[in-house]
Each structure stands twice: as structure tokens, then as C-alpha cells.
Design a protein around this ligand. Sequence first.
Ligand SMILES: [Zn+2]
Length: 218
Amino acid sequence: MISHTEENYLKALFSIASLKGEATVNEVSKQLSIKMPTVNSMMKRLAEKELVHYESYKPLKLTDKGTKRAALIIRKHRLTEMYLVEKMGFGWEEVHNIAEQIEHIQSPELFERMDKLLGYPKFDPHGSPIPDAEGNIVPDHFRKLADCREGDELILKAVQNSSHELLTFLNQRELHLGIHLRIDKTESFDQSMEISCDGKKQVLSAQVTDLLLVERRN
Ligand SMILES: [Zn+2]
């Protein structure tokens, strides 16, 4: 049996590792706002359960078993978010905290039915890929808006952070997934961007363009 707390550690390790391949105790400690000695003793516990490779002073890595376990928690989280938006009418800014709780429910049947009712979606409401029932996850090939250039014609595909603050900010500017946008100008001083979308111009700071994932429009 794995506790909710242990599941949250697995998820944190998975998300750090998906960006950099491995994680340190310090990074996990920061991400979860938990003190280092507590993280260390939890890592020992997860190593005993064969979920994490743990050796003092070495980077942390999930085992195959740990990776699958983390992906399945993320699957439950993302399916829940999709269900809340598609079937219950919640806004994309409202669903993350609810999904944080529902993801710990141990009922494969519940999530299989959710998946079926949704028509087996590949992405959640924030554009993140939903792992399949085996825990396989297909990586997306989206680029950060911040890495694109003047004149690029793009489609907004995902957000890298599903905080209420960012999503409310995007709502206020009518920026939602699927919207077409064009980079009119990049400010060399602070890398802010002037973009046009739906005939409207707006300026986005580098802090925002770093969190928006796009695909080129052909
Ligand atoms: Zn979420």
C-alpha cells in the first residue's frame, strides 16, 4: 500500500525528472515545501518499496515500477480535470486542486469509466498528455512561445503551469487553447512579445511566454 504522501513524492520526482532526467533531494524538498531530512527519510522508505533508486549524495531516480506508479497517478489527475471541464462545466482554472484530491482514489474502474465517457482523450484541459492505462505517456513536441520568433504564426497548444493565477490571467485576455496567434514583435530589452490574435494586439511578458506552449501553423 502506498500512502497519499508517498504518491505526492512520486509525482514530484516524476515531474522534476521529466524536465531533467533525474532529481535531487533539494529539488524535491523545494517542490513539496518539505524539509530535506524528511525528504531523505521518505526516499529511504520509497527505496525499500522499490519505487526509487536511492543512494546518499547521488541524484534520485524513479525505478520502472515507481515511474509507472507516478504516471498512473498523473493519469487519474488529468482524466479528472478533463471530466470536470467537459462533463461538469468547470473552468480550466478551477480544476487542479480538485484533481489533486481525486487522483488518490484507488478505483481503476472509476477512471476507466471516466475515460470512456470522455471518448479516450489524449490531452487534459491544460494541453498536457494523459498517460494510458499502462502508464505510457506520449511526449508532446510543443515549443515555448518564448523560443519563437517575430513573424511566426502559431497555435496555442498547452500551458506549462496550471495555477489558478496564470489561467485567470489568460482568461482575462481571452487566450485559450487552440487560439491562433502571430508574433508581431519581440522586445530585445526584456523579451516581452507583442502578439496579435483574433484581430487583437496584446503584449505578453517573458514570464508568461515562457509558460505557453505552441505549435507552428502550416
Ligand atoms: Zn492539474
